[in-house]
Structure formats: structure tokens, C-alpha cells
Design a protein around this ligand. Sequence first.
Ligand code: ADP
Ligand code: MG
Length: 289
Amino acid sequence: ATPMAIMIGTGLGARHGILFKHAESIEKSARLDVVIFDKTGTLTVGAPEVVDMAVAPGWTQERLLAAAAAVEAHSEHPLAQAILKRAGPVAERATAFTNIDGQGATGVVDGVQVVLGNRILMVEHGIDLSVLEAEAARLTGAGRTVIYAGVGDRLAGFFAIADAIRETSRAAIDELHRRNIKVAMITGDNRPTAERVAQDLGIDIVLADVLPGGKADEVIKLQSQGLKVGMVGDGINDAPALTQADVGFAIGAGTDVAIESADIVLMHSDPYDVVRATTIAHATLRKMH
Ligand code: ADP
Ligand code: MG
């Protein structure tokens, strides 16, 4: 594209809160084969809330909340914030807090280890989930994220957490499809939950149970099939994938690291702005001739 066309494209983007950081990002946006969206905070609003709880025999919701909150009081994770909001003021904070990246967190409460997180983490700690398995399956099948709590070596209960889909996520995906662009969703969340959300949104490829370090590898895999890949994300764990992608889009309300790693910043945090960016890109390239 001519420098003049690039200037016009950049200006048009800016007016919509779409910040193209460099000329190349406009040109590459016109040639995407697949766009990968991060789930939490990108396709969803990223304000998760506890909508259900289940307790194992011998436990009460109050005790479960107190044990979980004692650990999560140390965590910045959005899921931790959801549990803390439900628990109210924290009476006691855990000692020996450890964050387990992409899986959960642990700490010691009243001399006993409390482990909070996904199914894989519970299995690793030898915690038997069978008493609550059927109920957990029902909730993950409904698109909820289930966070289990193990106390000592026993299951104490779980939290079912919901995060609302952004208003324009579905429309963005439908429009990308109309433009013959495939859509993938990537998440550290578990497969049943991810599959349900993906189905509601009409997503083609579901990349679930991806550890924080694994997102960039998924981008590389698609690129090695000869595809031009766009990646849209908001989190610290999305940053390497945003850099690796042919075009990285950061959600404006996301973390500084994501914004720094991206080629394009979506100031309105609107997934549909990915579509608008490609429209501007095509218009800009047409002005080349
Ligand atoms: P995402 O890719 O959706 O942002 P993360 O990689 O941050 O997800 O986390 C993946 C999974 O790890 C979460 O869905 C959750 O099950 C678990 N997890 C991570 N941190 C915590 C925490 N502080 N408390 C409970 N569960 C957690
Ligand atoms: Mg996210």
C-alpha cells in the first residue's frame, strides 16, 4: 500500500479505537486464514462469578468458602477474585501460598494443605473426585468452569464459575466465517467447558487445557500448515502467542504485556473490531493500485 493509503487506514482505525502499531499490521490483516481468540477476557467479559457450589460429605459451604478464600486471598487470578467476592471478608490467610501456573494454587490453612484448581491438578494431588463427579460434569457441560478444592488429601467441594460472553463475540465470529476465515478458541480452561462455549459461538477449532507456555506453540502449529494466523488476547499468558502470530490483536482492557506484544490494540475491547480491522486493511490495500 502507498504511504498515503497507510496513513488513511491508520487514521480510520484510530477513529474506531483500532490502533495499528505499524504499516505491516494493516497489510497482514488483509490476508488472515485463521483467527484464534483467547476465551477468558477476550470472548468473555473476564468478570467471572461463582454461580454454584457443591460440598463433599462432612463439609459446609461456609467452611469450604473460608478455606478457599484463605488461599485465593494471595492470588490475582480472576477466578480467585470470583471466589473472594463470594466469600466476603477473609478471616484467615493461608501460609506457604504457591501459585500453580495455569492450574490453580495451594496454601496451608490451620496446618492443612488446601489445593484449589482444575481437575488435572486434583488428579496430580491424588484427590478423588468421584463423589461430586456427576454434578461437576453437568456444570462443565453447561459451560461453567469448575474449581475443585482439596483439603488434606480429600475433596472438600467445588465452585462453578460463569463468565458472560461479550455481546459482539458471536457476530464477530459469524462475519469472519462469511469472509472465509476460520475461527479457533484457545484456553487454559478444561475441554468440556471450552467445547460448550465454542458450540454456542460457532467456533471451528477448540484448543483447551493449554498451559500458559503452550499458546505460542499452538500458533506455530497452525502456521506450519501454511496458514496466516491472527491471535486475539488480553492476558500475560497470551503475550508470546500475540508476538508469534502473523497479526497479534490485544484487547484494550487487557494487561500491559499483552498490549506491548500486539501489533494492533483494540481500545474498545470489542471482538468485532477484529472484523473492522480486516475491512480497513482491505480498503487500504485496494488504494495501492
Ligand atoms: P485462561 O487461559 O482461561 O486465562 P489460565 O491459564 O489462567 O486460564 O488458568 C487455567 C485454569 O487453571 C483455570 O481455568 C483454572 O481451572 C485453573 N486456575 C488457575 N489459577 C487458579 C486460581 N488462582 N484458583 C483456582 N483455579 C485456578
Ligand atoms: Mg484471557
